[in-house]
Structure formats: C-alpha cells, structure tokens
Design a protein around this ligand. Structure first.
Ligand SMILES: Nc1ncnc2c1ncn2[C@@H]1O[C@H](COP(=O)(O)OP(=O)(O)OP(=O)(O)O)[C@@H](O)[C@H]1O
Length: 254
C-alpha cells in the first residue's frame, strides 16, 4: 500500500474580479513507504501548493488524497490538524519556531500536544534527535541565540518528534549557505535511511540529487520524472547524480 496516493489533484485560485488561476492540474502521485521524492520546477509551477494539498492544509478544487489507506479529503479541519500533528512532519519556512520558547521546548511542544507518549519517552526522543542533528548543547538556548543552520536542525527535530509517517519539506535548505545546506541534507539522508518517507520541494539540484525520484513540475502539472534510484550516503556518486539531474533539468529549460 502506498503511504501517499494523490488522485486527480486540481486546485484553482480565484484571483479577483471573476478571474481564476489553475495552479494544480489533475496531478496523480504515489509514494511508497520509505521513498524519498524531490519536486523541482520553475518558481510558480505549483510545488508548494502540491505540498499543501497532499497534507490537507489547502482545500482542493477536485481530487483526493489517500494517506496510509485513509481518504483524507473529506476530513474536518480538526481531524486534519490531528492527523498532521501525529502522522506528518513539516520543515516549511513559514512554520517558524516559537520565539517565546527555547530550542528544546520548541522541539517537544507538538509531542505534548499529540498526547501519544509520556513525558519520559518524549524527552528521550528529543534528546536522541538533538544528538543526531548535533544540537544537544543548544537545548536551552533561546531561538534568537543560534545560527540559521542550527535553527533548521531544531526544525527537523520538531518535525520528527512524533515519528511521522512522512516528512514534508519546502525548500528546507533555502536560507542556508552551501556548507550548512549539505549538513542538513546529510541529516535528512540519514533520516531517510532509517525508513522515513520524505517529500521535498527544492530549486537546488544538489538537494534533489539525494532523492530516489525527482518530479519536474511545470504550470501545475508533473511534466516529467526522473528515477535516480537509492543514493548511498557519503559516496562520490552524489556529484554524478547532480550532473545527470542538471543536464535533465536543462533539457527541460530549467
Ligand atoms: N493563496 C493564493 N491565492 C492565489 N494564488 C496563489 C495563492 N498561493 C499561490 N498562488 C499562485 O499559485 C501558483 C503556484 O504557487 P506555488 O507557491 O505553489 O509555486 P512554487 O512552485 O512553490 O513556487 P516557488 O518555487 O517560487 O516557491 C503561483 O502562480 C502563485 O502565485
């Protein structure tokens, strides 16, 4: 059973004075458990909208999303919020960490909200995640006292605290320099290898080269896709994958 199955996703925005803009056009997408998929495409092609649509954050004009066998299209806002909290992890620029909480409290907050574990288990998992992402020493820091890369590591810990079935990322390395971006991708790669399904939107071929499959969106449609196959971390293979992907993308005018 696919972890995520989107059928005929169609999204139309009203742009005022009776004008409408179709942003997603009959998109079909299936992701298997543990798969790592990257979505690329020009600015405005619909990548973020696709992520919002599959997570139920945006209402569809038509189509359905089946998540772990459950059709989520007809769920209420509360049911969707609960599902996202427990089963989906988000690394979106718009979902900032909370300013009045330190790093550790930002990470554990959604675990307390989800009420699926006790305090001891939550704290243990947070400690493991911080260790894995190299931010243990920053647990008590205010979020204004850490770097952009460290904040992004904390956002990854927050996204994973409830052990989601899928991790969704919108430009997870967008605000980072290339060294910090590479480190974040190493972490996501490691998370993928432990079995987490990942769907990322990115402009960066270096980021997408880690994925097993890359979708290319144009004008609200998946215009093409490239199967790169599994990537073995730390191998020189990454450069080759990136070159192959870049030439595929330039063939499509990206
Ligand atoms: N709330 C909205 N109302 C109207 N149009 C919108 C809204 N949100 C997005 N759009 C439009 O939908 C289209 C797709 O936007 P989306 O953010 O999904 O693109 P994207 O591929 O993620 O772009 P980028 O790479 O720049 O982030 C754009 O033309 C955008 O202007």
């Amino acid at each position: 059973m696919p972890v995520l199955e989107a059928k005929g996703l169609h999204k139309v925005y009203s742009t005022g004075e009776g004008n409408e803009q179709a942003v997603l056009l009959d998109i079909d997408l299936q992701m298997r458990q543990g798969e790592f998929v990257a979505v690329m495409g020009p600015s405005g092609s619909g990548k973020s909208t696709l992520l919002y649509a599959v997570s139920g954050m945006d209402k569809l004009t038509a189509g359905s999303v089946i998540f772990n066998g459950l059709d989520i299209t007809g769920l209420s806002e509360d049911e969707l919020a609960g599902l996202r909290l427990r089963e989906m992890g988000f690394i979106f620029q718009q979902m900032h960490l909370l300013k009045n909480l330190n790093i550790i409290d930002n990470i554990i907050l959604s675990a307390y909200r989800a009420k699926i574990s006790n305090r001891r288990t939550i704290n243990k998992r947070a400690a493991e995640l911080m260790e894995r992402t190299g931010i243990t020493a920053l647990a008590d820091r205010d979020i204004t006292q850490v770097s952009g890369g460290q904040l992004q590591r904390a956002a990854i810990c927050r996204a994973l605290i409830n052990e989601p079935a899928i991790l969704l990322g919108d430009e997870p390395t967008g605000a980072l320099n290339s060294k910090a971006a590479g480190e974040i991708m190493d972490i996501l790669e490691d998370i993928h290898h432990t079995g987490t399904t990942i769907l990322l939107a990115t402009h960066d071929a270096k980021v997408a080269a880690r994925a097993e499959r890359v979708l290319y969106m144009r004008d609200g449609q998946i215009a093409a896709e490239q199967h790169l196959g599994p990537y073995r971390s730390g191998t020189s293979d990454l450069k080759k994958r990136e070159e192959m992907l870049s030439s595929w993308l330039s063939g499509m005018g990206f």
